[in-house]
Design a protein around this ligand. Sequence first.
Ligand code: ADP
Length: 210
Amino acid sequence: MSEIKKYAKFSTLLILGAPGSGKGTQGKVLGSVPRFHHLACGDVFRSLDTRTSLGQKFIEYSSRGELVPDDLTVQLWRANIHQRVESHNFKPEIDFLVLDGIPRNLEQAELMENDIDVHRVFHLSCPDRSELARRLRKRALKDNRFDDASDAVIFKRFETYDQETKPILEYYKNRITEIDASQPPAKVLYDILHGVMQLPAWQEIAKLNV
Ligand code: ADP
């Protein structure tokens, strides 16, 4: 924890959107491009040993479509990003951090205020909930995601998103780029990259010959 403070705030891009909007898909692709490092909070939770108390907490909350408590989530996130810095996997001096799934409510945004410098928030917007639910049901089968398996939990996750996550759009209000998430994934990626390339911070990083 203390060592991580020697770094300035992480230059960060946020991918925000309802469950099924394609945050993970886009984050993964972007993270495979040099100078971008992707971290999905849900993946960090899913990698926990389910025998640990935190692993149990994750199962308990996510299977109800609810968020894991904020202090635990942000602590876990900090420990995870710290490991990535220490292992030189993520190089904060030259890489953009692409976060998906965190911060997920105002409290988390406030807790992370000293950790991240948010250059842009890409809002993957898809008002058609039936399309999102269709994608989640498909993912449940393919990726064995228990939290996507029942319509009741899917519905609850949309509700959690509307009530807790959407207010973040107001918090970062002058840094939002709206992206139409109902488009094919390649076009969504194109729109995100177009937005990234407008950023002065990206233009600086792009000049580096590393
Ligand atoms: P999706 O990509 O479908 O939105 P995630 O994989 O990001 O789903 O998250 C799955 C579950 O993990 C969430 O429903 C929640 O219970 C838990 N979770 C993930 N990120 C957070 C977070 N930042 N704060 C609290 N809980 C989280």
